[in-house]
Every structure is written in C-alpha cells, then in structure tokens.
Design a protein around this ligand. Structure first.
Ligand code: KG4
Ligand code: ZN
Length: 344
C-alpha cells in the first residue's frame, strides 16, 4: 500500500434504479464511473417498480463492476477497500449491492465500508472541486430527499432543515405526470420550461410554520393539479411549457430563499448543492447568482455526479476509511437510515 492519497476504493451503488460501480483513488480522483440506468423499463410503469429494480440490479451488477475495473485499468487485487451504499433506499435494491460488496470484500480480504446515500450525494462535490473542504452548508435535493445540511467535518453532519412532505424531485416527477410529460419528471420539466413563460401562472411558495429551514412541496403540487382541473372545467387549453416553467420557478425560488436564509443565519462562506435536482440548470444558475450577491462561494457537481452514481460513494468512503470506519459481515441494508440528527 502506498500513501493515503493512493487509497483505491471500489464503490457500489444500487439504492434505487441505477446499478453503478466506480473506482476512486484518494477520494477525489475518479478513474471510472459506470452507471447502468433502468429508466427505460420503469418508464413503462410511470415510476420505479421496486421488485423490477432489485431483479435488474442482480442481472447487471457483476458486469457493471467488471466494466468499472476495466475502465480504470485495475483489478480487484489493486483495491484497498470496497464501499457500498447501505441506505436509505429500496430495501431489495440496496441488498443486492450490500451482498455483492460483502462477497468481494470477503473473497479478497478487503475492508468493507458502508456509506449513507445522502453522504454520497454531498461528497459528489469533492470530485470536481478539489479545494472544497468542510465546513460548508449543502442543500441535498433528490427524488427521495430534501435536506439542508451543515457539513461540519468529513462524516459529521447536522440536518437543519428537511421536507415535511414530498421531496423536491418527487414534486417534479408528480407534476410532470399530471401535465402529461411522463417519467422521469425532472429533466422533462426542465426541457419543456425552456420554451415556457415562468410568469404565466403564479403558484404558491410554501412557508412552513415552526421551522425556518423546513420545506413543503405538497401544496405546490396540489396547486398545479387544481390549475389543471380549472383549465379542463373552463375548456381552456393546457400549455405544458408554461406550467412547467411556472412550477419550476416556484420550486427554485423556495429552495433559494430557504438556503440563503440559512447561509446568512449561520455565516457560512461556502454553499453547495447535491442530488438529482441539482442537475437542473435553472436551479444552479439561481443559486449561483444568490451566492454571488452575498460573496459566498458556490459549488455544484456536474449533472452526471448529481444523479445516482457510485463515484460519489467512493468519495465519501475514502474519508470514512481515513477516520478508521470499517464494517463487518453483519452490514445490512437499512431502508430508512438517518443522517446526523434528524430521521429521513
Ligand atoms: O439523486 P437521484 O438520482 O435519486 C435519488 O436519490 O432520489 O434523484 C432523482 C430525482 C428525480 O426525482 C428526478 O426527477 C430529479 O432527481 N431530477 C431533476 C432533474 N434531473 C433529475 N429534477 C429537476 N431538474 C432536472 N434536470
Ligand atoms: Zn440519490
């Protein structure tokens, strides 16, 4: 084994509908990042079908790992550790990755490191921003999570805000379905919104009583559904592009307002976003402008590292490895695994 910067980690991610494996060296140097998406299959059903997801992971995981090693030009014998997402996520999907990682670690006598999926999303920021180090504030916006997190140190998190109902990505998915744009909602809404008028419909910006940093998106979703019903009753045409643009503007404005309130309150000088919704260009440019106004440095991963991938798991695992975290054969999938102080 060389220096700590040379630590090579094989990382596996299978918490939802992406079967992914990556080789990451020294936490930030991604040598390969293979993602086998199941989107085509789940599109037939309008959303992720858990049983199908598990089955597809089983079919694909070995090939994805072989490819990740090949692309990195390395073999299992070159690895220093095996890392895997063990929660939160779909239990059957998680189990495929966990069982695979355990088998490899056992056969090759390698340390096993279980990684929290959200910690992975946050760590995606380290890959392309080599100078980024904690402490910073991070907004995690994905299909299952909307969390405002204080990253105090590597592996040390405090969740200061979260959604009370739907996650931001979930709202994109549900509204896209209602408007007839299909699955997956986020990219379809973003595309339609490009030619729409964001001021066509004024949708509500939900405020949550009790916590300054919590989110709520179910009211916004209902407002879109009501608007669509209204159009039907009045026989007015539904302009998908205008609804998409107006809805996206409402979501982005709530995310930016909450995040900037926290940035100011906690006097941070670095702010990052992560998760599938962070690949939305309107969100990143709005966050960037808001941070610039406040002289705060803004970070975000490239789209390929925003949506589910294993490179981000390898990055998070490296810092866990340095801190001495090792798992054993009792590692299990934990569908509702918590991060920091607040449950999912
Ligand atoms: O992080 P991710 O791949 O999986 C989870 O951990 O949930 O996030 C997927 C979510 C989906 O809800 C998807 O609609 C949303 O991220 N998403 C987007 C965009 N691309 C993906 N939302 C808005 N704009 C996008 N461009
Ligand atoms: Zn995710």
């Amino acid at each position: 084994m060389g220096s700590m910067q040379d630590i090579k980690i094989l990382a596996i991610e299978s918490s939802c509908d992406e079967t992914a494996a990556a080789v990451v060296v020294g936490g930030r140097d991604v040598r390969s990042n293979i993602i086998s998406s199941q989107v085509d299959i789940h599109t037939l059903y309008g959303g992720v079908v858990p049983e199908i997801a598990s089955r597809k992971h089983i079919e694909r995981i070995n090939q994805v790992i072989v490819q990740a090693l090949q692309e990195a030009g390395m073999a299992l014998d070159d690895m220093d550790a095996v890392a895997v997402t063990y929660g939160p996520g779909l239990v059957g999907a998680l189990l495929v990755g966990v069982a695979e990682a355990k088998a490899i670690a056992f056969a090759k006598k390698l340390p096993l490191i279980g990684v929290h999926h959200i910690e992975g999303h946050i760590s995606a920021n380290y890959i392309e921003n080599k100078e980024l180090e904690p402490p910073f504030l991070c907004l995690v916006v994905s299909g299952g999570h909307t969390h405002l997190v204080k990253v105090q140190d590597y592996g040390v998190y405090e969740v200061i805000g979260r959604t009370r109902d739907d996650a931001a990505g979930e709202a994109f998915d549900k509204v896209a379905r209602a408007v007839g744009l299909g699955y997956p909602g986020g990219p379809k809404i973003e595309k339609a919104a490009r030619t729409g008028n964001p001021d066509a419909v004024l949708f509500p910006r939900a405020k949550v009583s009790g916590s300054a940093y919590d989110f709520s998106f179910s009211g916004l979703k209902s407002a879109v559904l009501n608007y669509l019903n209204g159009c039907k009753m009045k026989n007015q045409p539904v302009v998908q592009e205008d609804i998409a643009a107006s809805f996206q503007k409402a979501v982005v404005s709530v995310l930016v307002d909450n995040a900037m309130r926290a940035v100011e309150q906690f006097h941070v000088d670095k702010f990052a976003i992560a998760g599938g919704v962070a690949s939305n260009a309107v969100l990143t440019s709005s966050m960037e402008a808001a941070c610039l106004e406040r002289s705060i440095r803004f970070f975000h991963p490239s789209p390929i590292f925003c949506t589910d991938n294993a490179a981000m798991i390898g990055s998070a695992a490296y810092y866990a490895y340095l801190s001495g975290k090792r798992d054993n054969w009792t590692l299990n999938a934990v569908p509702n695994l918590v991060l920091g102080n607040i449950p999912k």
